[in-house]
Design a protein. Structure first.
Lengths: 1065, 459
């Protein structure tokens, strides 16, 4: 190292300045302390001028403002300790049970990240195959309703705590000399036990009265205190007199499945269904033979049937003789395999019905009237006696559980007056509703999705309900209330366990495999005796003699105008009036939403000069109907099939007439989306028709004679989703045939049967080889193609649906299921009125015209083409009905795909017509070019626009928790439509991939196919030759709607087959 | 010099000199703003502002502020679009096609007709943009390079063809119009005394000096542009008609649409030219230049195109019957007998029956009647589009999906608003731009001017 080069690291070092020398002297740079810094005199000399100050201030302000402008971050908080069973993004299903006193269903609750978001039937273990209906399906919304009571209340004004409530109530009960419990029919053994324990505690003072909102007391009495159970799957002949057993009567959701089992024309036999009724009901719309009768004729029809079946002196019923004769003939042919039911609540009519069934040997075969079911045990006279007692002021304490009599009791005023005379009243209802708000104490029960419970629907079966979320609010089991007041501090869960296992201790919770399996399945076979119907003794028909019953049943006098009240399939008894989804689900028959109305025969309406075409600009005329001094003003709605001279009105509307807090969606909104007002009260949706129910011969009667109608001169808009009722002779839309014709063609291939020919076009070539080119030279439409074919057959999936028009009863379960699954916005009455409902899946309901085709109409009426078309626009007086579920047809040559300027809607290689919301610019060209008109446009931002704040669940802070996290909530200005539940397909494919297996047929279900109680909608892979959907698509009944347009849909429809004689077709 | 037959009626009446022409056109621009103009302009501005208000409301709230619904996805929006595009047809036809056919009478009317075209196309362009649910993504219809995985528009879509057709038509029309304006701007520049305005017109005139070389180039460019514009006259409305013709909807899916739409467009375009010119010649005292002969010629075009349109309507009816397709035949039966039949009969009366009155010479040379008819024709043509669009889709394939349509104040407001905006633009044009092609007119003064023609004939 001879070199003497010196390296320097800075100029300071080179020049050896003082600072550099000092720095070099210390190994580490010394930090200047704050004191030193502040002590620096030079600092005092620096000055921050006014301008600088303002600059700094300005900068800080601007910086702070800008920082505040950031879009809000919605934080998702991870689990601190992740529950074992919850994987974010993967749904869990829990078996549970729905019971509200009117509907019953074994359900599976889908939860995502701890939130119940969807309800489907428990098909594997549920009662009657887990059949549920639209009301049960949509009930999940009720859990999140922000108007629910958040805790106990006193006098509907002050919030109190549970201890105070218990202390005060117990004090009141101790001093009371008569305590009454008013509940719906209790079918829960544990609840019964709790009530019994309570009754024992206050022995001698307590009476428990069961009250069914819609009474079946007549049926119950006529069968000696048993509510029978029916097996429609064994019935070759079904005769229903007014009973809407597919929609609302008794356990309708269960009956629908059994009924449909025997409505498949391919089966061994197909049942024949006669319906005698005044209103066009859902069941009536599915009947082979439907005979409109007046409500007062019900008894006569039943008596005439009895006479015809037993061979006694025939009774003539005006306008129904022919149908009664053929019904009786069919009944006699199928002894022991038929069912006669009646909706009448008249014990005499029901006695005759029971006698008919007895005479036909149906008891024990299709009808079980020995053990029956445990539902609908209410005794009408007991309820009336209670109300009288209340009015007499002799009831000291009244406990109301699971029912809302201040709304639904027919003599509402009397009940309310009586309630005010009760010293202490307690109500367990979820809302401060008509009853709860008038009670001294509101002690809200848990929502059924938050609670344990057990139910004994029939003998030998216990169904369980389990909580799927911890209680959202400070609510408490009603059962625990009974227990606390009886000085029992057991938790209700333990109490349920004890009911079924007296040896149970809470320590056994984890080890009891049997119980865990029961919870998993939602049910277990019961050995406890109380599960059986207790009242019943021997198998017997009513104690009323048949001659007396016949005399009384036929005694009803008819009058010029008669009325019958009915339940709407969507609204039922009105306990879910706050459910926006149900309010917006169109009634299957009238296709109206958000209202009730008087249904009338269009012919009657024309005679009275009432508006029979209801549309956006054509309001319905309001009429005033008076029965027994009680009157109601509602719009008149034309309903084909309604017996002339009769009026129908739906129950379940007019909730919250006293402006109670029962939820935003329970009140009518107007054009601006705010609640409409009647004075200082919010306007109810529809009006309460319960007061039209009258007490006759010991039971509530749902019909009335001596009805008067007045025109009021007012008009009212009724929002319908379908304005045009007839199919206008377009045979490629719906196809139908009769059973004989079908059987003749049964073994043919698709497109060859005479009732289902593939449309053909004449071509300029000698197709039939007769040497002449003429109109007979035709080729079927599948020979013509404008487009390069999508590779639809071969490897890979091709998802498709097969929809059986024969099975579809029109119950609307698929609509609600689709709505919830896909976060479809609810838009409210004004928007429905503007024809902007957003349903991805709708059910087109077609009534037949007087004549089927244009030619026939021209021939029969002698009219010209234009007039004949006009004639076809009007449904026949008693039309045949077809329900046709209509959703995106996922066309392989989709007209929507070619016209989108930005390719936002494209075909997937699995046969789906995809919709890329993010790409959509909203020209609506696709919707215009859709022959099925199934595309729905986001006219507004439904999630933020004030117009929808009262109706759209996505706008409510708690209600929005029901949204499905797998499906995007669409923004304003984009098109949306059925995706065939893409998210479910994806999930199913991933499951199969993880398992290393091909996707099994039936493993993936769309929301609609899953919700369908009758298996009408079948989803699957059309490329899988063993799949059910593939088999159905090859069936002789299969066709494409609008096949001649050549759009090649992936949705197949199956021809409707009616069990009628060809001549009647 | 070209000799014109003496039996031809003169195109420029009276004893005009070159100077007179300049004076007649330029003086109103240099002079004080007339009171009538101020009133008209104020009214137009108010209407336009109302329209702009509606426009912002619609963008702010959503398409739901219109009366459209799940069945009727297009109504006033596309009706107005096609109507305005149709009106925008006459200008280019007059300037391009008539130029190629050497129709000298076009020179008196082409300037304002072209201006009308430009403004009408601007109005038309508002609708397809605003009718989009997400206006802010409108640029996605353009084939721009992008980073969405290089996502292109769908070239199969007739709506995309529209984008190209309209934008091409608009740019060519604008250039054509402006080229024609350059020499006239130069004339104004030379006459103008107010320094600011002089500068303004000098910029607009692009340094035109009137040299022979400039004129040669001017003529060449005009001819080339006319050549380009001529096919456009036919393509634009053909393509617009394909929005409907290429669809599957009965009543839309019609092969005769392209020629029928072009005829209809010329028909409505000429009617609009009549409406505007009849007012303008009176107010601006241009009777010498736009005289009865011009009016009559235009009325003849209206008879011819109106008759074509009428034949097209009847052909549609015939084909719907002859095809034997039940949807097609019902669509047309529904047109004339259904719930919206009033619009069909309004269309038939205005478009087919009333123009036939022009066969009577007395009527087609009557100014008041012509003015009245021009309004009627435009109402009729609006209804034609309404009938095609709304009555076809409101009752198409599935009767369960049949619907109705009710216009809202926003539908109407935006339409009226575009009329306001149109007149704002047109009034500005009439005030500050040369309303006649004065330099072109000078080329025919000695040939077709009344006095010169008579003078020539004396020899």
């Amino acid at each position: 190292m001879g070199m003497n080069t010196k390296y320097w690291s800075s100029l300071d070092e080179l020049q050896q300045t003082a600072a550099a020398q000092e720095a070099m002297s210390t190994e580490f740079a010394r930090e200047q302390s704050v004191e030193n810094f502040l002590a620096d005199d030079k600092l005092k000399e620096t000055n921050t001028g006014r301008r600088d100050f303002l600059k700094f201030m300005g900068f800080s302000l601007a910086a702070a403002t800008l920082a505040a402008c950031e879009t809000p971050v919605v934080k998702s908080i991870p689990y601190v300790v992740k529950p074992e069973e919850i994987t974010p993004g993967v749904a869990n299903y829990y078996a549970s049970t729905y019971y509200d006193g009117n509907d019953y269903g074994s359900i599976l609750v889908k939860t995502r990240e701890g939130r119940p978001i969807f309800i489907k039937g428990n098909k594997e273990f549920g009662m009657d195959g887990g059949a549920i209906n639209a009301r049960i399906n949509a009930s999940v919304l009720g859990l999140y309703d922000g108007a629910r009571l958040k805790g106990p209340r006193k006098n509907n004004s002050s919030d109190i705590d549970w201890n105070t409530l218990d202390t005060e109530v117990k004090a009141a009960l101790a001093s009371a000399s008569s305590i009454r419990i008013l509940s719906n029919t209790i079918i829960s053994p544990s609840t019964k036990r709790a009530i019994a324990e309570f009754s024992n505690k206050y022995a001698g003072k307590v009476k428990h009265v069961q009250y069914d909102t819609v009474s079946y007391a007549g049926l119950n009495k006529a069968n000696n205190g048993v509510t029978p159970s029916y097996d429609f799957s064994k019935a070759k002949t079904i005769v229903s007199i007014g009973a809407d057993f597919l929609g609302t009567w008794l356990l309708s959701s269960a009956y629908a499945a059994g009924y449909m089992e025997r409505r498949k024309p391919e089966g061994e036999w197909m049942s024949k269904h006669y319906q005698f009724e005044a209103n066009m009901s859902l069941t009536g719309s599915n009947a082979d033979v439907r005979v409109p009768i007046k409500p007062s004729q019900e008894g006569q029809v039943v008596a005439a049937l009895y006479a015809a079946v037993t061979g006694s002196a025939p009774i003539s019923v005006e306008g129904a003789d022919k149908a009664i004769a053929s019904a009786a003939a069919d009944l006699k042919k199928s002894r022991g395999a038929s069912i006669v039911v009646s909706s009448s609540n008249d014990v005499y009519v029901q006695t005759v019905v029971a006698a008919i069934n007895e005479a036909l040997g149906n008891h024990g075969a299709t009808i079980d009237n020995v053990t029956g079911t445990n539902f609908f045990q209410g005794k009408d006279e007991e309820v009336r006696a209670l109300v009288d007692e209340m009015n007499a002021g002799t009831v000291d304490a009244l406990i109301i559980y699971g029912t809302n009599p201040a709304y639904s009791y027919p003599e509402t005023d009397k009940f309310i007056a009586g309630l005010q005379k009760v010293k202490t009243s307690v109500c367990f209802n979820h809302f401060a509703d008509e009853t709860s708000s008038r009670c001294a104490y509101s002690a809200p029960d848990h929502h059924y999705l938050e609670a344990w419970n057990d139910y004994a629907p029939v003998k030998g079966r216990i169904d369980l309900a389990q909580p799927t979320i911890s209680p959202l609010y400070n609510t408490r089991y009603a059962q625990e209330a009974f227990l606390r007041w009886a000085d029992n501090n057991t938790e209700y869960y333990d109490y349920i366990r004890q009911t079924h296992n007296s040896a149970y201790t809470s320590a056994a919770l984890k080890t009891d495999a049997q119980w865990n399996m029961a919870v998993h399945n939602g049910t277990f076979a019961s050995t406890v005796s109380e599960a059986a119907s207790t009242v019943n003794a021997t198998a017997a028909v009513s104690t009323i003699s048949i001659s007396e019953a016949l005399a009384k049943a036929t005694a009803a006098k008819s009058s010029e105008w008669e009325l019958s009240v009915y339940q709407k399939v969507t609204m039922g008894i009105g306990n879910q009036a706050n459910n926006a989804l149900l309010q917006e689900t169109p009634d299957p028959i009238t296709k109206t939403t958000w209202d009730n109305y008087f249904t009338m025969s269009p012919a009657d309406m024309r005679e009275m000069g009432l508006q029979t075409y209801i549309g956006q600009c054509d309001c319905a005329d309001v009429i005033k109907v008076t029965v027994n001094g009680k009157s109601l003003t509602l719009p008149a709605f034309p309903t084909p099939g309604q017996k002339r001279g009769t009026i129908g009105v739906a129950l379940g509307y007019g909730r919250g007439a006293g402006n109670e807090e029962i939820g935003n969606a329970a009140y009518q909104t107007g054009k601006a989306g705010v609640h409409l007002m009647d004075g200082d009260k919010r306007q109810t949706i529809g009006k309460n028709a319960f007061p039209f129910i009258s007490f006759v011969d010991g039971t509530w009667s749902f019909k009335a004679t001596d009805v008067t109608i007045e025109k009021t001169g007012e008009t009212y808009s009724v929002a319908t989703t379908q304005m045009h009722s007839t199919v206008m002779g377009r045979d490629s839309v719906v196809k139908e045939t009769d059973l004989a014709t079908f059987l003749k063609n049964k073994d043919k291939k698709r497109g060859e049967a005479e009732f289902n020919l593939i449309p053909a076009l004449a071509v300029h070539e000698d197709v039939n080889g007769d040497g002449v080119i003429n109109a007979q030279d035709k080729k079927t439409v599948d020979n013509f193609d404008l487009w390069r074919a999508h590779p639809v057959e071969g490897p890979g999936h091709r998802w498709g649906l097969a929809i059986d028009l024969n099975s579809c009863i029109g119950c609307a379960s698929c609509i609600t299921a689709c709505h919830i699954e896909n976060n479809v916005p609810v838009v409210g009455k004004d928007e429905v009125l503007r024809h902007r409902d957003m349903h991805w899946l709708r059910i087109d309901r077609y009534f037949s015209s007087e004549f089927e085709t244009l030619e026939e109409t021209k021939e029969q009426t002698g009219k010209g083409t234009i007039a004949a078309y006009r004639h076809m626009e009007d449904p026949a007086e008693n039309p045949k009905t077809v329900h046709m579920p209509m959703m995106c047809q996922h066309c392989n040559h989709a007209p929507c795909e070619t016209v989108c300027p930005v390719a936002a809607t494209v075909h997937s290689n699995e046969g789906l017509n995809n919709m890329a919301y993010n790409r959509c610019i909203g020209t609506r060209y696709c919707a215009n070019n859709c022959p099925y008109k199934v595309r729905r446009f986001n006219w507004f931002n439904y999630v933020t626009n004030d117009k929808f704040s009262m109706v759209n669940p996505a706008q409510d802070d708690t209600l929005r928790m029901v949204l499905n996290p797998d499906v995007t909530v669409r923004t304003r200005g984009v098109m949306e439509k059925c995706s065939m539940c893409q998210q479910r397909i994806q999930e199913g494919k991933l499951e199969a991939k993880k398992a290393g297996l091909p996707v099994a047929d039936g493993a993936i279900q769309t929301a609609c196919s899953e919700a369908c109680p009758v298996g009408c909608i079948v989803f699957g892979d059309l490329n899988d030759i063993n799949s059910l959907v593939n088999k159905k698509s090859q069936s002789v009944r299969a066709y494409h709607a609008l096949e001649e347009t050549g759009v090649k849909p992936n949705v197949y429809y199956m021809t409707k087959v009616r069990n009628i004689e060809p001549a009647e077709a | 010099m070209i000799k014109e037959s003496k039996i031809r009626k003169p195109l420029i009446l009276g004893h005009k000199t070159y100077g007179d022409i300049t004076k007649d056109i330029v003086d109103p621009i240099m002079g004080e703003t007339p009171k009538q103009w101020k009133i008209a302009f104020t009214i137009a501005c108010i209407v336009a502002l109302y329209g702009v208000g509606c426009l912002f409301y619609i963008i702010g709230v959503g398409i739901g502020s219109w009366g459209l619904n799940k069945t009727v996805g297009w109504a006033w929006d596309i009706t107005n679009f096609v109507w305005w595009v149709g009106i925008g047809h006459a200008g280019t036809l007059i300037s391009a096609v008539l130029l190629l056919f050497r129709q000298r009478w076009r020179m008196a009317i082409n300037r304002s007709a072209e201006a009308m075209t430009i403004f009408a196309v601007i109005m038309a362009a508002i609708f397809p943009i605003i009718h989009m649910g997400r206006v802010w993504q409108a640029y996605w219809t353009l084939p721009l390079p992008n980073q969405f995985g290089s996502l292109w528009p769908n070239f199969n879509s007739a709506l995309l063809w529209d984008v190209f057709a309209i934008s091409t038509y608009f740019s060519v029309s604008l250039v054509f119009w402006y080229i024609g304006l350059i020499p006239d701007f130069a004339t104004i520049r030379d006459k103008m005394v107010k320094p600011g305005w002089k500068k303004f017109y000098s910029i607009l005139s692009f340094g035109w000096s009137g040299r022979a070389k400039h004129w040669t180039r001017f003529e060449e460019v005009s001819l080339v542009l006319a050549g380009i514009a001529t096919p456009l006259v036919f393509s634009v409305h053909s393509i617009v008609s394909m929005d409907f013709a290429t669809s599957i909807i009965p009543g839309w899916h019609t092969t005769i649409f392209p020629p029928y739409f072009v005829a209809g467009a010329v028909f409505s375009g000429f009617a609009m030219v009549q409406t505007l010119l009849l007012i303008m010649r009176k107010v601006m005292k241009l009777e010498a230049y736009i005289n009865l002969r011009h009016i009559e010629y235009m009325n003849i075009v209206i008879i011819v195109t109106g008759s074509i349109v009428g034949v097209a309507y009847l052909t549609e009816l015939f084909v719907s019957w002859y095809s034997g397709v039940e949807y097609e035949s019902y669509a047309f039966i529904n047109r004339f007998s259904g719930p919206l039949a009033w619009s069909y009969w309004a269309m038939m009366t205005c478009n087919v029956i009333s123009p036939q009155l022009f066969w009577i010479k007395k009527l087609r040379t009557n100014l008041q009647f012509t003015f009245f008819m021009s309004i009627i024709v435009n109402i009729g043509m609006w209804f034609e589009r309404f009938v095609i669009i709304v009555t076809s889709i409101h009752r198409d394939y599935l009767p369960a999906a049949w619907g109705e349509f009710k216009a809202t104040p926003m539908d109407i407001g935006l339409f009226i608003g575009t009329i306001g905006i149109f007149f704002v633009l047109f009034l500005l044009f009439a005030r500050y731009f040369p309303v006649l092609a004065l330099n072109e007119l000078k080329t025919i003064l000695k040939v077709s001017g009344e006095s010169y023609k008579n003078d020539n004939n004396k020899h």
